[in-house]
Design a protein around this ligand. Sequence first.
Ligand code: ACO
Length: 317
Amino acid sequence: MKYSSIAGTGGYLPERVMTNAELEALVDTTDQWIRERTGIRKRHLVAPGQTCSDLAEIAARRALKAAQMEPAEIDLIVVATTTPDQIFPSLACLLQQQLDIHGCAAFDVQAVCTGFVYALSVADQFVRTGNASRVLVVGAETMSRIIDWRDRNTCVLFGDGAGAVVLKASDEPGVLSTHIHADGAYKDLLQVRGGLVQGFDNAFMEMRGNEVFKMAVTTLGSIVDETLAANGMDQSDVDWLVPHQANIRIIKATARKLKLPMDRVVVTVAEHGNTSSASIPLAFDEAVRDGRIRRGETVLMEGFGGGFTWGSVLLRY
Ligand code: ACO
């Protein structure tokens, strides 16, 4: 068993929907500006009292059901999140308890919007080395809790949600390669300063949107080249692009780089905005469930986020 492969997918968006029209009442913005500059039409928000682990649990149970696996069969849990319920225990341990799983390793990965790509990469290494064979990989976020709802530069962009996959050991790929990067020199582009040093008052997202935009387009272009070269493939070998859902203009730029028509790109940003580490597994789950992505097809996932972090996963579904 040399490879990891996707046994099942799941996703969950909380019920409360916030439209662009509602945001017009909160900040100086318009539905037209948000749609034209970002492609976002609405986002989903957690209810008061609903936790990130609650979102993760629903997505995880759906992925387990799709994989026809019981929670007790899982031997590793990796959760990507930037918005855990508490400093510790990790969201992965809280999720483990909610799923009534006992004893297997469970930990969080924090790479902001690249989190799911990082988590999948880590999980894949565990499977390849024979240290795990049935892994639950989750991206879950409550971004609405680190948004300043008075800041039009950020509040229009983000939403809450969770996505999950179950990986299992396999003789056939599966995950073909993963590529992860970071450069802390760009930490000021995108950050939440709040924490143990500064305190948690005003622990809100700050973003230099224009610079993030340029950095995203450049790094996503280079990660596409790196991923294809590592696998001896060219653009025509990729059936589907499942990108991080931050901005339709960034997604279109990456699709152009891949010479991939937009009908081979999974786009969900209009429906839920940027859900950070949840966005790639949510988009993947949607396209698997509606039958677009089929067994045997080649899928490129790519993401970028605060840190600055960026990365990709190439897999055969
Ligand atoms: N409504 C109306 N006007 C706005 C809004 C808004 N919500 N937000 C900004 N503006 C204004 C700006 O103030 C500016 O006005 P000015 O020209 O008078 O100064 C004008 O619109 C243009 O601003 P830009 O920042 O140049 O607009 P741009 O076309 O770059 O779009 C955006 C802004 C959507 C933020 C874009 O830069 C972007 O998507 N950047 C990437 C952001 C991103 O992906 N972040 C997530 C990273 S993942 C993670 O790790 C969390």
